[in-house]
Every structure is written in C-alpha cells, then in structure tokens.
Design a protein around this ligand. Structure first.
Ligand code: UD1
Length: 420
C-alpha cells in the first residue's frame, strides 16, 4: 500500500487550481441515468470515487467514454440491468444514489446496502422514506434493498434531517414522477444546486434548490445536455488551510468563495489574511505565524462543513491558546484526534466535542489516514511537524483529492508518495 512522507519545508507559496467537486460529480453522474440521450460532463475530477460510480453505471448498461481527462460522455439510452454490483456498493456509499434515477425511469431498482462507514452508522432511512412517500414498494432484506413502482406520484416529503444524499436521491426520483413533489427541510449545499441545474438542463422542472423547500414538477422524459461541474469547495478549503498552517501565501484558483464563507470567516478569526476576487474565482490566503485559537462547530450548509473539520482541527493544534471543535453532523468523526495526538497535539474528546490545547510544534510520526478528510488533515499537520511524518492508508486521500501530492509539491511542500 502507498504511503505519503511529509517534512516541514517552511511556508507554502504559489498558485493552485482546484478541480471539479467530487460531491457534485457523483450525484450528477448518477442522475445521467435518467436521460434517454447522451450527456457530456465537463470538469469531472479524476478521482477513485468518480471511477467507481462510472463503473456502477457501466455495470447497469450505460456507455461511458472519456473524451479528455476531465470530459466524460455518458450514454444511458440502453440500460439492461437494475441491480447494482455488490462489490461496487461496498466500495462507496454514494453508489446508492443510482436508486432514485433507476426507480424513476424504469420503476425498479435493486441494490446491496452500502457498507458501514468509519465516520458513523450513516443510515439510509430518509432516502427510503422519500421513495415510499412517492409510492415505491420497498423490500428491505438484511443486505439488500429492492424497490419497485408502477409510476412514482409526487407528494410532500419532510426530511427529519437535511441529508444531502436523501435530498439528491429524492430530487432525482421526483423528476419523472406524476405531479409535484415538495421536499421540506431539504439540504441546501451548493452540490444540490449543481444537481438541480443539471437536471433542469435535461428538461426537469425543479425550483428552490439551495433553499430548504425544493419543488419538483414531474416531466415525461429527460434529454441529453452538456454540463460543467462546480469547483470543489472542500479541496479549496484544504489548500486554504495549507497556506494558513505554514504561514504561507497561496492563491487558490477556480474557487467560488460564496461556497466556503464559514471557512473564510474562521481563518480570518485565527489571524490569517484572506482576500477574495469574486470576478476571477480567486482567493488569496496569507498565513500568520501566531495562530489565534477559535471554536468551530460543523453544521449542514451554510454552516461550517463537516468535510473540513479534520483539516481545520490540524490547523488549530498549533494555535496560541485553546480551541473547541464540535461535530454535529456525524456521530464518529474524531478518529483523526488519536493520530494528531501521536504527533504531539493535545486534544481531548468528549462526545461531540474536541478540546484543543495549542502546542508550539508538532512532531513527525507514523500515522494512519482513517478516512478521506482525516488523511488530508494529517498531511497538513505533517507540513509543520518537526521531522518526518509518514501517512499510511493513503488510498482514502485518492478517493477525494486529485494529484494531492503533486499540487502540494508545486507549492513548495517537501512531500513524496511511496508506492509499496
Ligand atoms: C454527503 C457528502 C459527504 C458529507 C456529507 C455531509 C457526498 C457524496 N458525500 O454525504 O462528503 O460529509 O454529505 O455534508 O456528497 N442520515 C440519516 N439518514 C439518512 C441519511 C443521512 O440519519 O437517510 C444522517 C447521517 O447518518 C449523517 C447525516 O444524516 O449523520 C448527514 O448525512 P448526509 O447529509 O446524508 O451525508 P451524505 O449524503 O452521506
């Protein structure tokens, strides 16, 4: 298995271009199953997770062709299977997003349950609640879910929690339902808006994406289109923190600043300088050697993103005083704490809270990426640690960051990847 080795090499400097958003690409690729004509997607990030969902589509009968590195043609006119592959489901939870489109277009879908996940139990009850309200007949077996329906019929669905995946799956299912579907307490993430824009280009009638009430008026069929995936706000935030933690000076390109307002605000509270150029989608971050401790609390959008919690925690480890991190979205998303503590951080957790006593320096150690963002957090910590930090289980990082090591190197980081 590959490892990443990082050594402190002083402030990062330069420009880094952000890729298309993983979490927008995955549902949009799943949604392309709804179309009877070819779809072309641009700015598709070159990531392991994206390859997995494309494989899921191919296993169902879609034709997938890379026109260039980030441009993909998907033709789902000839779907011949309604069952997702068990192995692919085990590899990535988001594969469950094909359930809504299959059900809407073909009236049947069968899938193995997405496996448990390191960051919490992550049930799919809200997805299933939505499908049931739209009229699907759901059969739940210990490891498998089957759904069928004559034709879905629009209705009002209240989500007990604004789940991103449930909002997307229900939105997709409702596009071809009879009549109007209203999703209340819907997730408001930018990736939901991107999915809504994509579906509307295919001919769907969706309004309110990005607010807590989404209305979908069902249509007869969806056609082909060309769509460009929005930039990845989590990758952008990770590089912003990399600039701040090393007291560097980095320009982040291809970044929609309105999507990461809480990260900008919190970086400023720690003393970093952040300048936004909205017209050119650029953000300049200049770090400050003296990092002021600040508290963060993860929340659904537009709150502080849970996907940036681990990286921001790595940054707060070397703050001048104290800081508190509260995780409210996932039940078990503090596994990086133990790894950061191995590097000399002082973090104590209690339930949803992690309390950090800032230290002067971190010390390189052998640490494990326990999940995708935790892996990124350990690289950030390694950038400022004394000695060498060796990160194992880096396949997690490959799931969500394209050329992470190469981009860090281009900014001056002393980092290398070793294939074992
Ligand atoms: C998506 C993102 C993930 C991000 C998360 C929260 C993708 C591919 N992944 O994941 O990177 O961390 O949003 O911003 O876009 N829940 C239920 N029942 C359900 C569904 C969810 O209880 O049916 C709970 C989950 O257990 C979790 C919380 O809701 O505690 C948030 O999950 P959700 O918003 O659904 O996240 P995902 O869509 O899985």
């Amino acid at each position: 298995m590959a490892k990443i080795l990082v050594r402190n090499n002083g402030p990062l400097k330069g420009r880094v271009k952000i890729d298309g958003a993983k979490n927008a690409a995955l549902p949009i690729i799943a949604a392309s199953l709804l179309g009877t004509e070819p779809i072309i997607l641009e700015e598709v990030p070159n990531l392991v997770d994206v390859k997995i969902i494309l494989k899921v589509l191919e296993s169902l009968g879609s034709k997938v062709e890379f026109l260039s590195e980030n441009r993909v043609l998907i033709d789902s006119s000839k779907i011949n299977s309604f069952t997702t592959d068990r192995k692919l489901m085990e590899k990535m939870r988001a594969s469950f997003l094909v359930m809504g489109p299959l059900l809407a277009r073909f009236g049947k879908a069968e899938t193995f349950l997405p496996g448990g996940c390191a960051i919490g139990s992550r049930p799919i009850d809200l997805h299933l609640k939505g499908f049931k309200i739209l009229g699907a007949d759901i059969k739940e077996e210990p490891d498998k879910i089957s759904a069928k329906c004559e034709k879905l019929v629009g209705d009002t669905i209240y989500l007990d929690f604004p789940s991103v995946g449930a909002t997307q799956n229900i939105m997709m299912a409702a596009t071809l339902a009879k009549g109007e579907t209203i999703i209340e307490n819907a997730a408001k993430e930018p990736e939901i808006v991107d999915l809504g824009n994509f579906l509307n280009k295919m001919g769907a009638k969706i309004s309110g994406a990005g607010t807590s009430t989404i209305r979908i008026l069902g249509v007869e069929k969806l056609k082909g289109t060309v769509h460009t995936i929005i930039p990845d706000r989590i990758e952008a935030a990770t590089f912003m923190i990399a600039a701040a933690i090393t007291a560097g000076e980095v320009i982040i390109e291809n970044c929609i600043s309105s999507h990461i307002k809480p990260v900008i605000a919190k970086l400023k509270e720690t003393g970093a300088y952040v300048e936004v150029n909205e017209d050119e989608d650029l953000i300049l971050v200049v770090g400050n050697k003296n990092i002021k401790g600040t508290d963060i609390k993860t929340l659904p959008y537009p709150g502080f993103p849970t996907d940036v919690q681990a990286q921001f925690m790595a940054y707060l480890c070397i703050c001048e005083n104290h800081a508190k991190v509260t995780e409210t979205v996932f039940e078990n998303r503090f596994m990086h704490v133990e790894e950061l503590n191995k590097m000399g951080a002082i973090i104590a957790t209690s339930g949803k809270e992690a309390r950090i006593a800032g230290v002067n320096k971190l010390i390189g150690a052998e640490v494990k990426a326990t999940d995708l963002r935790a892996g990124a957090a350990l690289v950030l910590a390694g950038l400022v640690a004394e000695g060498t930090t060796t990160i194992t289980n880096v396949y997690h990082i490959d799931r969500g960051y394209n050329n992470f090591v190469g981009k860090m190197k281009a900014l001056g980081a002393n980092i290398e990847r070793i294939e074992d």
